[in-house]
Design a binder for this molecule. Structure first.
Ligand code: ATP
Ligand SMILES: Cc1cn([C@H]2C[C@H](O)[C@@H](COP(=O)(O)O)O2)c(=O)[nH]c1=O
Length: 222
């Protein structure tokens, strides 16, 4: 496939603010990109019934303590393969801007680092899913994992998924793996301090997008 579009992923620990930031950014981007913008997520994906069904299984709190870690890793990779093939690749081939709330770095950090399955092993199984398709830029919302977990336990109690309920040690290993990835690929990762007030985080993300997408430098965009 000849990739023509731009691919941006958002990553971070639980409760870092990815969903809140993307919700705020969407109406600001739409006037520039209109139907060229594809906002999607993992596990799952925009208009991707198969990947969304896998999401339901892998995140279901009913399976706490029951899901084998490799089954978990393979389910995320299977959902990603479907997402890449039927959502991401066609959009990029059509020259669109694809923004994904989580992508392969989540697997490297959560299953490779958090579950201890090994970063190289998880990268290897994900080769089948992504076939070399890495994001052009990855916006990492950086937050102490305990602060993120406290946020979701306080404000989002009715939407807690299976991994949110893993212990703090798991989430600290996830965070360490993300930091290792970001240190290895400083040109791809943009680190944003997600402990700031939400408006400031949104602004920092917006300025990054203005740069990456080469949006016109109006006063509002600076
Ligand atoms: N900068 C911030 N300061 C304080 N609260 C925040 C901030 N950003 C987000 N929140 C709050 O934290 C909670 C989690 O935010 P959000 O759902 O956007 O995070 P997320 O990164 O998408 O989390 P997850 O990956 O777990 O789904 C929400 O209640 C949100 O209002
Ligand atoms: C893609 C992906 C995700 N995860 C984890 C990270 C979160 O705990 C959930 C997704 O929930 P969100 O509220 O939509 O962020 O799944 C993972 O462990 N591995 C992955 O590849």
């Amino acid at each position: 496939m000849q990739k023509k579009g731009i691919f941006i992923s958002f990553e971070g620990p639980e409760g870092a603010g990815k969903t809140s930031v993307l919700k705020a950014i969407l109406p600001r981007l739409q006037p520039y990109l209109q139907e060229q913008l594809v906002l999607t997520r993992e596990p799952g994906g925009k208009e991707n019934a198969i990947a969304e069904r896998i999401r339901d299984v892998v995140l279901d709190p009913a399976y706490i303590g029951m899901m084998d870690p490799w089954t978990e890793a393979l389910l995320y990779a299977a959902s990603r393969r479907q997402h890449v093939e039927s959502t991401i690749k066609p959009a990029l081939a059509a020259g669109k801007v694809v923004i994904s709330d989580r992508y392969v770095d989540s697997s490297i950090a959560y299953q490779g680092g958090g579950r201890g399955l090994g970063i190289d092993n998880i990268a290897k199984i994900n080769d089948y899913a992504i076939q070399g398709l890495y994001p052009d830029r990855t916006i990492y919302l950086d937050l102490d994992p305990q602060v993120g977990l406290d946020r979701i336990m306080t404000h989002r109690k009715n939407e807690i998924n299976r991994l949110d309920l893993d212990g703090i040690d798991f989430h600290r290993r996830v965070s360490a793996a993300y930091h290792e990835l970001a240190a290895q690929q400083p040109n791809r990762f943009v680190m944003i301090d997600a402990s700031q007030p939400l408006e400031q985080v949104i602004n920092d993300v917006w300025l990054t997008l203005v740069d990456v997408l080469d949006l016109p430098e109006s006063e509002e965009n600076l």
